[in-house]
Write a protein that binds this ligand. Structure first.
Ligand code: URA
Length: 441
C-alpha cells in the first residue's frame, strides 16, 4: 500500500478502509509514515472529516499501539472510572473530583497532560507539590490507585504512543480542532488506561477549545458514540468556560485552592457546581449510584466528612509528596515574590471576560508554555479572580497577580484589564452546567 494513495483518498472525500487506517496507525507508531505525510492526512481529515466508523477504527488502533492497562489483576472492589476535561483556564477539577470519587468507592487512575497554550496542565499543577512524582512506573501507579483510590500522573511513553506522535504533529499543523481527531486522541488514551467508565467535561466558551455550543455538542456526541462502540461507557457534561473556573489560575495557586476546597474551608460556587455534577456523574456512569441527586449528596458528604481530603493526602504521600499535605500545604507550595492587585479603570459590574486572554496572562508570567520544552515557574498566576457579575471598584480588584518580577506583573495586569469588560449594569446570569449527555442506553 502506498501512503500517498491513502492521503489522496481522504483529500478527495473518500472513506478510509480498516486496512488503510491500520497502515496509518502502524506508520505513526513505528515512524514509517514520515511527519509530512502524517500532516497531509491530518489536514485532509480536518477539511473532509471522518465517518463514525473511521473515527472508531482510528481510536481502537491508537489505543492498541502501546501498553493497555488491565486492572483485573488488582481485584479492586469498585469500578475503575475517570474524568477527562477538554481544558480551560483555572480548571482544577481533577484534584477535587479524583479524591472525592475515591472516597465514594471509585478507583481513579488519572493520566493527565501538561499545559500548552492558554490552558494549564494537570501534570504541571500537581508537580508544584514538592516531591510529588508525576511520572512513576506502572507498578507504583497501580499500587497508589489500589491503596489511595486515586492517582494523578502525567502521560507515559508507552500508553497510546501513536496518538502521542500524531498529537505533536497536529499541534504544529493547525489540525487539532477536528472532532473525529480529538475523539480518537482522547479515547485512545482512556481505552489504553483500562477504564470501566468515563465522564467527559466538555468546556464551551471563550477559554475553551470549543467556542460554540454546536461544536461542543458535536464533540460530546462523537465521544459518547465512539466510546460506546469500544465498550467504554461514557457520559458527558457541557460546562461553561467563559471565565476562570474558581478563584485561581496558575499551578501552585490552583493546588492551594483545591486543598482549601477539600478541607471544606472555601468552595467557590461555580467550581463547586462543576465538581459536584461531574463527580455525581462518575458515580452514576460507573453504576455505583442510580440517582443523580443521591450521588451528588454522597459527593458532598465525602468533602464535609474529610474523607476526600484523606484520600488526597494518601495519594500525595504515596507519590512522594509531604505527609499531611492537606494540613501543611501553605508551608510547602512555592510562592511568588510579587503580589499586585489589578483594579478596573472604573467602578462597575464585571460583564464579560476573555478567558483565553486571561490564560495567556499566565504564560506571560512564566506559568504556562509556548513550547513543550519551556520550563515553568509554578509559583506565578492569579488569585482572587473575580467572577462575572461582581461589582468591581477600588476596593475589589479584578484579580491579584503573583509574579516573579514587577515588570512581568505589570504586563499581566494590562492583559487582565484588557480581558475584562466592566459595565454600569449587571449582566444576565449564566449557568455553569449547560447540558448532560448520555449514550443511547
Ligand atoms: N486533548 C487531547 O488529548 N487530544 C486532542 O486532540 C485534543 C485535546
Amino acid at each position: 500500500m502506498l501512503f500517498t494513495d491513502v492521503i489522496r483518498k481522504k483529500r478527495d472525500g473518500g472513506e478510509l478502509s480498516a486496512d488503510e487506517i491500520a497502515f496509518f496507525v502502524k506508520g505513526l507508531a513505528d515512524g514509517s509514515v514520515p511527519a509530512e505525510q502524517v500532516s497531509a492526512l491530518a489536514m485532509a481529515v480536518f477539511l473532509n472529516s471522518m465517518t463514525a466508523a473511521e473515527a472508531g477504527l482510528l481510536t481502537m488502533g491508537m489505543a492498541a499501539s502501546g501498553t493497555v492497562l488491565n486492572w483485573a489483576d488488582e481485584h479492586l472492589d469498585g469500578p475503575v472510572v475517570d474524568k477527562h476535561s477538554t481544558g480551560g483556564v483555572g480548571d482544577k477539577v481533577s484534584f477535587l473530583l479524583a479524591p472525592i470519587a475515591a472516597a465514594c468507592g471509585c478507583f481513579v487512575p488519572m493520566i493527565s497532560g501538561r499545559g500548552l497554550g492558554h490552558t494549564g496542565g494537570t501534570t504541571d499543577k500537581v508537580e508544584s507539590i514538592p516531591g510529588y512524582n508525576a511520572t512513576p512506573d506502572f507498578s507504583l501507579f497501580r499500587k497508589v490507585v489500589k491503596e489511595a483510590g486515586c492517582a494523578i500522573i502525567g502521560q507515559t511513553e508507552d500508553l497510546a504512543p501513536a496518538d502521542r506522535r500524531f498529537y505533536a504533529i497536529r499541534d504544529v499543523t493547525a489540525t487539532v480542532e477536528s472532532v473525529p481527531l480529538i475523539t480518537a486522541s482522547i479515547l485512545s488514551k482512556k481505552i489504553a488506561a483500562g477504564l470501566d467508565a468515563l465522564v467527559m467535561d466538555i468546556k464551551v466558551g471563550s477559554g475553551a477549545f470549543m467556542v460554540s455550543m454546536d461544536r461542543a455538542e458535536e464533540l460530546a456526541r462523537s465521544i459518547i458514540d465512539t466510546a460506546a462502540a469500544a465498550n467504554l461507557k461514557t457520559h458527558a457534561i457541557i460546562t461553561d468556560m467563559n471565565e476562570c473556573l474558581g478563584e485561581t489560575a496558575g499551578n501552585a495557586l490552583e493546588i492551594a485552592e483545591s486543598v482549601a476546597y477539600l478541607r471544606n474551608d472555601h468552595r467557590e460556587s461555580r467550581l463547586d457546581d462543576v465538581v459536584m455534577s461531574l463527580t455525581a456523574e462518575m458515580l452514576v456512569v460507573s453504576g455505583l449510584e442510580g440517582n443523580r441527586n443521591v450521588a451528588r449528596q454522597k459527593a458532598d458528604d465525602a468533602v464535609t466528612s474529610g474523607k476526600a481530603a484523606e484520600a488526597f493526602d494518601r495519594m500525595v504521600q504515596a507519590m512522594g509528596g509531604p505527609k499531611n499535605f492537606v494540613d501543611t500545604y501553605a508551608t510547602h507550595l512555592p510562592k511568588a515574590e510579587f503580589e499586585i492587585p489589578v483594579f478596573a479603570e472604573a467602578e462597575g459590574y464585571l460583564a464579560a471576560v476573555d478567558a483565553f486572554a486571561l490564560g495567556n496572562s499566565i504564560i506571560e508570567l512564566g506559568g504556562g508554555r509556548r513550547a513543550l520544552s519551556d520550563n515553568l515557574d509554578l509559583s506565578v498566576g492569579l488569585s482572587g479572580v473575580t467572577p462575572i457579575g461582581s461589582l468591581v471598584n477600588r476596593q475589589r480588584p479584578l484579580a491579584i497577580v503573583h509574579a516573579a518580577s514587577e515588570a512581568s506583573a505589570q504586563v499581566a495586569a494590562e492583559m487582565i484589564r484588557a480581558a475584562c469588560v466592566v459595565s454600569d449594569s449587571p449582566p444576565a446570569e449564566r449557568p455553569v452546567i449547560y447540558e448532560n449527555l448520555r449514550g443511547r442506553e
